[in-house]
Design a binder for this molecule. Sequence first.
Ligand code: HEC
Ligand code: HEC
Length: 146
Amino acid sequence: MRFTALIFSAALLVPLSAMADEDSVPPVTDPLTKKECGACHMAYQPAFLPAASWREIMATLDDHFGEDASLDPETRGQIESYLAANAGRGRARRASPPLRITNLKWFTSEHRDHEVTWLWKNRNVKTMADCAACHRGAGRGYFEDD
Ligand code: HEC
Ligand code: HEC
């Protein structure tokens, strides 16, 4: 299934009209985001979450999934603007936007087949948040195969 279709069926995000071609997700182009948000894990492409999610993530960096990922206010503001401007177009529930890509409905349904299990074991993957462990092209926005 194509990413566009997955997003659509998730009913959380509408199709990403900004996508360069339907098999890739626009890569992170902002150097500051790449640097600061790529320090501990891959800098996730903004289209994977709606703007409300990015805002919530950026507002809680001091307790970021158990880590302190705080930034100075100016850097934080710049990154938040970039992420929000390039976010997925969906409307998230205002009260509690999703903070994890790996918890989204399309994600869990796309990641429960034997191929995922096989890769998980064979590449000694520690967390589903480590996209690049299985998708070698993840940083460039490619999530088909490999
Ligand atoms: C100090 C290390 C660190 C930095 C810097 C950092 N993160 Fe994280 N981030 C983590 C950890 C740890 C997790 C949880 C990973 C896991 O569940 O395996 C995480 C998870 C995430 C997730 C959820 C992944 C999922 O499960 O779908 C998002 C989204 C995210 N980070 C965004 C950001 C953004 C945006 C920035 C830059 C402002 C950033 N992170 C900077 C450590 C960091
Ligand atoms: C343990 C391995 C593994 C990890 C970790 C993983 N994936 Fe996947 N992913 C797969 C496999 C296998 C598929 C199915 C590939 C296919 O459809 O050809 C898949 C499918 C996808 C698809 C659908 C591709 C398509 O167009 O059919 C997307 C998008 C995706 N993954 C994104 C991610 C993101 C984002 C992360 C990190 C937050 C991630 N994956 C982490 C193994 C993994």
